[in-house]
Design a protein around this ligand. Structure first.
Ligand code: ATP
Ligand code: MG
Length: 158
């Protein structure tokens, strides 16, 4: 379906903001205009649910989660940053593998199976996008993904 990604993303963030039970602040840097992308809404909802759940799960008390959408040439770049414990450099690619969890002892108490990001990666790839992680250990994690976007299409909507 063709959807305005900005409105779609705001609604998902709103849902998390209304139901969260931890003291974490949400910060949004989203363009102030509609950006139409062709996506499977259910699948990209699942992608964002997985990424945002992780950000909340690993956020410290009083932390901030930052949501950003940037327009690039031919695609949009979506990122979710937290101020949690971060991910060691050597593990940054492995977290997208099935059942992979950084430091089993550390994450066991957090619950989960280690499938969330593997599923997210599969769905993003199916949309022609890419996903990666950036992190400074002890300072936080940023998950970035892209979706194809054609800005010239916008003319046809106005
Ligand atoms: P599930 O999503 O299946 O409930 P999970 O959250 O452990 O379980 P993934 O979402 O695939 O699995 O994440 C894989 C691993 O990557 C996590 O176990 C955790 O070690 C690490 N990770 C993911 N997101 C973050 C984050 N925001 N901060 C720190 N570590 C993270
Ligand atoms: Mg997860």
């Amino acid at each position: 379906d063709w959807v305005d990604f900005i409105l779609f993303f705001h609604k998902i963030i709103d849902r998390f903001e209304m139901t969260k039970h931890v003291n974490v602040t949400f910060n949004r840097f989203l363009p102030d205009k509609a950006m139409f992308v062709e996506i499977d809404q259910d699948k990209i909802t699942q992608v964002l649910d997985n990424i945002i759940s992780n950000a909340l799960k690993y956020s410290p008390e009083g932390g901030t989660i930052t949501f950003t959408v940037k327009e690039k040439e031919g695609f949009i770049e979506i990122s979710v940053s937290d101020q949690g414990l971060g991910i060691p450099k050597d593990n940054l690619e492995k977290i997208f593998e099935r059942f992979y969890r950084v430091d089993k002892a550390r994450t066991r108490q957090m619950g989960g199976t280690g499938l969330g990001l593997a599923i997210a990666k599969e769905m993003i790839s199916a949309h022609g996008g890419d996903v990666w992680a950036k992190s400074k250990e002890g300072k936080g994690t940023t998950i970035v993904f892209t979706l194809p976007y054609d800005s010239t299409q916008e003319d046809e909507w106005s």
